[in-house]
Design a protein around this ligand. Structure first.
Ligand SMILES: [Cu+2]
Length: 283
């Protein structure tokens, strides 16, 4: 008998594992595929937690409101002889549906406000970089800090043939550029955004950063990347026909690698003829 029970449990366990495992694997797969990017800054981490909190809060409100509604409709249906209740001018109901949403908004505000304030605090940056949106590329000018004076354009390198399905799409399809922005790990980087033609927006989801780049105006955001790696973003303001083809690539490197990169860039720009020299040579 004991053996039989053990056997039954074993089989049941296997059956449960067989059912649960594929669902678990699928759910895991879906989370990595459809979830927000893995945070690479404390700010992105905070935004991620805030997002999850709001999602659960919305779910609780949804279930509570629709639960009460459907239960009321089902339990007090006409066929059971119920008559419709009259809440007209009920102070209790009116106070409740004013106070409860107000408290919910206060809770969200108390949680979210410090995060929004921290996002706007661009003071004491180690490096300041201006990101200028062009139709359809990004221009980066290192304004302050180590690397000051470095300027370059960052353009998509995905071949046109891949876009029109004449070549197989590679792994970094539409997320690769000739000159990525390079920043050191652990340093506060302030990004000043502006644009040269129409409105663009500079966004790197893993950093929790998104800011419109508006012609004639200057806006700023900041991030402090905590992990070495390459991070992708895109222009997120519809800016014309090639809006989808002006990606953002940020390479976060160690302090030594950053210094080496700065030296290389400086040497390059010292060798390169200036625009005035080029103009004279053409005369
Ligand atoms: Cu754009």
């Amino acid at each position: 008998m004991k053996k039989l029970i053990c056997y039954a449990f074993q089989k049941l366990g296997l059956l449960a594992a067989g059912l649960v495992m594929p669902v678990w694997v699928m759910a895991n797969d879906m989370t990595t595929k459809y979830n927000l990017r893995t945070p690479a800054t404390a700010m992105a981490e905070d935004l991620y937690t805030l997002h999850n909190f709001l999602l659960v809060l919305c779910l609780v409100i949804f279930v509570a409101v629709f639960g009460v509604m459907f239960y009321s409709m089902w339990a007090h249906r006409k066929s059971r002889g119920h008559k419709s209740a009259d809440f007209h001018e009920s102070h209790t109901v009116e106070i409740a549906w004013t106070v409860v949403p107000f408290l919910i908004v206060v809770v969200i505000g108390v949680y979210a406000t410090p995060i929004v304030m921290a996002q706007k605090d661009t003071t004491n940056a180690d490096i300041t970089i201006k990101a200028t949106g062009y139709q359809w590329k990004w221009g980066y000018d290192y304004l302050k800090g180590e690397g000051q004076g470095i300027s370059f354009l960052s353009t998509l390198t995905t071949p046109y043939e891949q876009r029109i399905n004449q070549q197989p799409k590679t792994e970094n399809y539409l997320s690769e550029v000739d000159n990525p922005m390079v920043v050191p790990v652990g340093k506060k980087v302030r990004i000043v955004t502006t644009a040269n033609d129409v409105i663009h927006a500079w966004m790197v989801p893993a950093f929790g950063v998104k800011q419109d780049a508006i012609p004639g105006f200057v806006r700023d955001v900041w991030f402090r990347a905590e992990k070495i790696g390459t991070y992708n973003g895109h222009c997120t303001e519809l800016c014309g026909k090639d809006h989808a083809f002006m990606p953002i690539v940020v390479k976060v490197v160690s302090q030594e690698d950053y210094t080496a990169w700065v030296d290389k860039q400086k040497a390059k720009s010292a060798q390169a003829p200036t625009s005035t020299q080029l103009a004279r040579a053409n005369q």
